[in-house]
Write a new protein. Sequence first.
Length: 125
Amino acid sequence: MATPDTQRIVLCASAALVDGGLAVAFEVCHRGQNLRAFAVRFEGRVHAYLNRCTHVAMEMDLREGHFFDDSGCLLICASHGAVFAPDTGECLGGPARGPLVKVFLSEEAGTVYWHTAPDLHTVAF
Ligand code: FES
């Protein structure tokens, strides 16, 4: 739920996120840096993270929107194969050093929203 310090921003229609399927990309400003983030659905729930690997600070999808491994159970970085839990962002293997940075999402009446945080804002144009 959004607090007075946070904003709830429309991300996409719920139907755009299919379990284990392609991600929806969006842009955020994290600690003053404009970065891409991605949202996925896993076991029915939506999750989002900064699109920045914790091995080398680079985007994880060489093919845009492809974050799940072949099993559909893990998020995988295409560069060197680090794997992460889709529901927590925890690193479960490979060369990465720690969890992905989570972006809080909510889902209501067929719409997915992302929430700003003290260090996470909309991108200023
Ligand atoms: S950059 Fe992601 S595993 Fe190396």
